[in-house]
Each structure stands twice: as C-alpha cells, then as structure tokens.
Design a protein around this ligand. Structure first.
Ligand SMILES: [Zn+2]
Length: 142
C-alpha cells in the first residue's frame, strides 16, 4: 500500500506526524525568552495547539509553514502540478481549520498572532521587531 503513495503524499503524512518543534519555532521561542517573555508551547488544550502561548499577554502565536497553511501571495504556497484534487482538498481543510481555531481562540479572549515561515527565515529581525511591538501593545496581565 505504502508504495502507491506519491512522494508528495508521503511528505504530507510525515509532516502530520512530526508537527512540532521545528527549527524556526525554536528560534522564535529562544528570541522571546531572551527578551524576557515566558511562554508555554504546543498547548494541546487550546484550539489548534498554538506553537507559543503567552498567558500573561493573553496571546497565542502560530508559526505557520507557508506551504501547508497557504501564505497568501507567497511563492512557497504553490500548488503541485500532480494530484491537484488531493492537494486542493488538503489545503482547503487546513485553511478552514486555521480559521475555525482562530475564531474559537478569539471568542475565548485570546489575541491570535500568525507568523509565517518565509518571514522568519528571510527577515528574522524585522519579523521579531513587529512581534515585540504587537506584544508591547497588549495589556500585560502580570
Ligand atoms: Zn510565505
């Protein structure tokens, strides 16, 4: 059975299994920690299992891969040329889930910040500056 899976489908399955503590997530966490922020990670009890949770700022952060989460206008969110139906179904499921989770979190009073993989990889400094600005504008619940 496994042999009939295409390489792309197999990497999809792998990505579902791996699913946490990617290199860029670790990089963002280390940065926040160095700036004095204290967080929890991959909180399974919250919708969508946010990558970083900052309870004192009522804020959750998702670090999204551009490809799986369809970063709008990003060159990494291309659609493969084969198995188009399979991919479009996966992608729309992902986007629907992201949206559903965001709405649930916001309904419970969380601020939801989404960071994109390509921004973190290419513009780490600017992306983190923007994130810190957003966090400094939040009410600190200490
Ligand atoms: Zn992107």
């Amino acid at each position: 059975m496994a042999d009939s899976l295409t390489k792309e489908k197999r990497s999809w399955n792998m990505s579902k299994i791996r699913g946490k503590d990617t290199k860029i997530e670790v990089k963002v966490r280390k940065y926040l920690f160095s700036k004095g922020f204290r967080y929890r990670k991959n909180v399974a009890t919250l919708p969508g299992k946010p990558d970083i949770v900052l309870p004192k700022y009522n804020t959750v952060i998702f670090i999204h891969g551009c490809y799986w989460h369809r970063h709008p206008g990003c060159k990494y969110s291309y659609t493969p040329k084969t198995n188009i139906e399979f991919w479009e179904k996966k992608f729309s499921e992902n986007m629907a889930n992201d949206e559903k989770n965001r709405l649930k979190l916001e309904a419970s009073g969380w601020t939801v910040i989404t960071l994109w993989e390509c921004d973190i990889k290419r513009n780490f400094g600017a992306t983190m500056d923007k994130l810190l600005d957003q966090l400094h504008n939040m009410t600190y619940l200490g």
